[in-house]
Design a protein around this ligand. Structure first.
Ligand code: UD1
Ligand code: PEP
Length: 420
C-alpha cells in the first residue's frame, strides 16, 4: 500500500494544470449506456474511480478503451448484449457506481444494482434516486442488498426531491431523457457537473432545459446517439491547488479552471488575505504574510462545497485567530480532525461544527487518510509542517486526484510516493 512522504516548509511557485473533473466524468461515462455505438470522451482524468466506472461498464458488456496510459481519451462502445447489473464488489469500492441505475432502467427496462451503502463521511442513502425513478413509473424492489428496477417504458412525471442530491438529480435526469413525455424535476442540485451532464445528454439528442437551476424540464425522446465530449476541469482539484499555494506561503498559477465554478472558494481565500487574480485561463493565488481565520459553512452549489471543507480546515489550522467550520451536507465529515491534531493543529468538534484555533506552526508526523478529501487536507498540512509527514492509505487520494504528488513536486514541494 502506497504512502505519501512530505518534507514541509517549501513555498510553492510556478504553474500547474488541473485535470478533468471526477464528479463530471463518472455520470458522463455512465451516460454512454443510453445510446448504441461508441462515445468518445476527452480530458478524462486517470483516477481509480474512473477505472472502477470503466470496469462496471465492461462487466455489463460495454467495450472500453483508453488511449494508452498517459492520454486522457476514453471510448465506450455499447454494441452488443448488455447485462444491466452492477455487482456489489464494484459498487462497494465506489458508491458513485449507482449512477448506472437511471440509464439502465431507461434503456434496457431493467436494472440490478448493488445498494451502495454508507461510507466514511456518512450514511448516504439513495431514497431520493429511487423516489425519482418511481415517479417515472419504475417498479423498485430491494432484495439481497440489490436495487432491482423494472419498467417496460418509463413515463414522464413530476419529481420533487426532498433533499438536494447531486447523483440523485443525475440518475433521474438520465432516466427521464428516454421516458415518454415530459418530466419536471424540482429542487434539483445546481452543481456544474449536473449542468455538464445535461450538456452531454443534449448533444446525444436529449431535450433538457434548466440544468444548473433548481428546476429541470425534460421532454423524453425515442432514442439517443453516441457523443464526443471533453470533460470540464475539476473545480475541487483546482481549489485544493489554490490552498496548496496559500498554506505553503507561495505564489501559484492554477491553469485550466472555470473561475466562476470556484467563486465561493475564491471568496473565502480572499477573506484569509490571499490575493487571487484571474489570468490566462487560470487563477493565481499569492499567499499573504499572515493568513487570517475565516468561518466556513458548507452548502450545496453555489455555496461553499463540502468537498473543499477538509482542505480549508488545514489552512485554518495555521491562520491567525479562531475559525468556525460548519459541515451541513454530510453528518460525519470530520474524520481528518484527529489526524490534523496529530500534526499540532488545535481543532475541536462540537456536533456539526469544528472550532479551529490557529497555531503558529505544525510539525510532521505519521498520519492516516480516512477518505478522499481528508487525504488532500493532510497533504496540505504536511506541506506546511516542520519535518516529515507520512500520509498512509493513499488509495483514498488516488480515487479522486490525478498524480497530485507529481503536480505539487512540479511546484517545488518535497513530496514523494513510497511503498509503505
Ligand atoms: C460522484 C459525485 O458527484 N459525488 C459528489 C456528490 O455525492 P452524492 O451525489 O452522493 O451526494 P448527494 O448530493 O446525493 O448528498 C447530499 C446529502 O443528501 C443526502 N441524500 C442523498 C441522496 C438521497 O437519496 N438521500 C439523501 O438523504 C446525503 O446523505 C447527503 O447528506 O455530491 C456530494 C455533495 O456535494 C459531493 O460531496 C460528492 O463529491
Ligand atoms: C465525496 C466525494 O466523492 P464520492 O461521492 O465519489 O464519494 C468527493 O469527491 O469528495
Amino acid at each position: 500500500m502506497d504512502k505519501i512522504v512530505i518534507k514541509g516548509g517549501q513555498a510553492l511557485h510556478g504553474e500547474v494544470q488541473v485535470s478533468g473533473a471526477k464528479n463530471a466524468a463518472l455520470p458522463i461515462l455512465a451516460s454512454a449506456l443510453l445510446a448504441d455505438g461508441t462515445s468518445t470522451y476527452r480530458n478524462v482524468p486517470d483516477l481509480a474511480d474512473v477505472a472502477t466506472m470503466l470496469k462496471v461498464l465492461r462487466t455489463m458488456g460495454c467495450d472500453t478503451e483508453r488511449d494508452g496510459d498517459t492520454t486522457d481519451v476514453c471510448r465506450i462502445g455499447v454494441n452488443g448484449h448488455i447485462t444491466p447489473e452492477a455487482p456489489y464488489d464494484l459498487v462497494k469500492t465506489m458508491r458513485a457506481s449507482v449512477v448506472v441505475l437511471g440509464p439502465l432502467v431507461a434503456r434496457f427496462g431493467r436494472a440490478r444494482v448493488s445498494m451502495p451503502g454508507g461510507c466514511a463521511i456518512g450514511a448516504r442513502p439513495i431514497d431520493q434516486h429511487l423516489k425519482g425513478l418511481k415517479a417515472l413509473g419504475a417498479e423498485i424492489h430491494l432484495t439481497e442488498g440489490y436495487v432491482e428496477a423494472t419498467a417496460k417504458q418509463l413515463k414522464g412525471g413530476t419529481v420533487n426531491f426532498d433533499v438536494i442530491t447531486v447523483t440523485g438529480t443525475e440518475n433521474v435526469m438520465m432516466a427521464a431523457v428516454l421516458a415518454k413525455g415530459r418530466t419536471v424535476m424540482e429542487n434539483c442540485a445546481r452543481e456544474p457537473e449536473v449542468e455538464e451532464l445535461a450538456k452531454v445528454l443534449n448533444k446525444m439528442g436529449a431535450r433538457i432545459e434548466g440544468a444548473g437551476t433548481s428546476i429541470i424540464t425534460i421532454e423524453g425522446v425515442d432514442g439517443l446517439k453516441p457523443v464526443e465530449h471533453a470533460i470540464l476541469p475539476d473545480r475541487i482539484e483546482a481549489g485544493t491547488l489554490l490552498v496548496a499555494a496559500a498554506i505553503s506561503g507561495g505564489n501559484v498559477l492554477v491553469k485550466r479552471v472555470v473561475p466562476e465554478h470556484l467563486d465561493a472558494v475564491v471568496e473565502k481565500l480572499r477573506e484569509t488575505g490571499c490575493t487571487i487574480t484571474a489570468e490566462a485561463g487560470g487563477l493565481r493565488c499569492q499567499a499573504p504574510q499572515r493568513l487570517e481565520a475565516v468561518n466556513i459553512t458548507t452548502t450545496e452549489y453555489p455555496g461553499f462545497p463540502t468537498d473543499m471543507q477538509a482542505q480549508l480546515m488545514a489552512l485554518m489550522s495555521v491562520s491567525q485567530g479562531t475559525s468556525v467550520i460548519s459541515e451541513n451536507i454530510f453528518e460525519n465529515r470530520f474524520m481528518h480532525v484527529p489526524e490534523l491534531d496529530r500534526l499540532g493543529a488545535d481543532i475541536s468538534i462540537q456536533g456539526h461544527t469544528a472550532v479551529v484555533k490557529g497555531v503558529k506552526g505544525l510539525s510532521g508526523a505519521p498520519v492516516m487518510a480516512t477518505d478522499l478529501r481528508a487525504s488532500a487536507s493532510l497533504i496540505l498540512a504536511g506541506l506546511r509542517a516542520e519535518g516529515r509527514t507520512d500520509v498512509s492509505r493513499v488509495y483514498h487520494l488516488d480515487r479522486g486526484y490525478e498524480r497530485l504528488e507529481s503536480k505539487l513536486r512540479g511546484l517545488g514541494a518535497d513530496i514523494r510516493r513510497e511503498k509503505a
